[in-house]
Design a protein around this ligand. Structure first.
Ligand SMILES: CC(C)(COP(=O)(O)OP(=O)(O)OC[C@H]1O[C@@H](n2cnc3c(N)ncnc32)[C@H](O)[C@@H]1OP(=O)(O)O)[C@@H](O)C(=O)NCCC(=O)NCCS
Length: 196
């Protein structure tokens, strides 16, 4: 059998469901190992102003390595390689958390599993959010990003986010500054895009 090469077309974006929690925790631990305390995804699920998007793929498309599926590398929570995946579920490779506050969208977190980066999943998640913002009542999306995180900054720039400010010593683990990046929609843009 020829090996299937994964592309962005293999991934779908949807809103989280409760049974995604273990996989979401594993993705967060992989993308933000320094984060403490970890996010309560069940809490995010029940907050009316929070949206958690996930990128999923059919588990049958995940490669078999040495006769074993690579979906369950470690079976115990918090062990290196724990994926949080359970038989029958789709495999989640990325997540995005957005809060809608006073008609402003704020991206709280976006992360993709290490082995699945560079395939377009980050952009798929971002574009899904951008499309949904076009149809809601807010006019902007804002986020903070570490000044040294050139991959994320490059992704936001390709999506037309602009650097609008800086928060000094925003990250307590190393006192790094955060860049504030914003994507603004004017009303005309919203009505044009809404008819695409
Ligand atoms: C940032 C992150 C979410 C990007 O996800 P991803 O699925 O790898 O990104 P994509 O494949 O969709 O690529 C999107 C853009 O990111 C940039 N990018 C991705 N990989 C890159 C690399 N290795 N080098 C430079 N730029 C890169 C490019 O601008 C790319 O756009 P392009 O394909 O049009 O050139 C992912 O790297 C990640 O989870 N990082 C750890 C957590 C993190 O830093 N989150 C952001 C916090 S603000």
């Amino acid at each position: 059998m020829t090996e299937h090469i994964l592309t962005a077309n293999d991934f779908r974006i949807r809103h989280m469901i409760k049974s995604d929690v273990d996989q979401l925790q594993a993705i967060e631990l992989d993308a933000f190992p320094e984060l403490f305390p970890p996010t309560s995804f069940l809490k995010e699920y029940s907050k009316p102003n929070s949206t958690v998007l996930v990128a999923e793929i059919d588990h049958n498309l995940i490669p078999i390595i040495n006769g074993e599926t690579s979906l369950k590398l470690a079976r115990t929570k918090y062990r290196k390689g724990f994926t949080g995946w359970n038989s029958g579920a789709s495999f989640i490779t990325g997540m995005l958390i957005n809060w809608l506050m006073a008609e402003e969208n704020h991206i709280i977190s976006i992360g993709v599993r290490r082995g699945y980066r560079g395939l377009g999943i980050g952009k798929l998640l971002m574009n899904y959010l951008i499309e949904s913002v076009i149809t809601n009542s807010s006019n902007s999306i804002t986020l903070e990003v570490r000044e040294s995180n050139f991959i994320a900054i490059s992704m936001y720039k390709t999506l037309k986010f602009k650097i609008v400010g800086k928060r000094k010593r925003y990250y307590s683990d190393n006192n790094e500054d955060a860049l504030i990046m914003t994507l603004c929609f004017d009303q005309q843009q919203k009505s044009t895009n809404a008819h695409i």
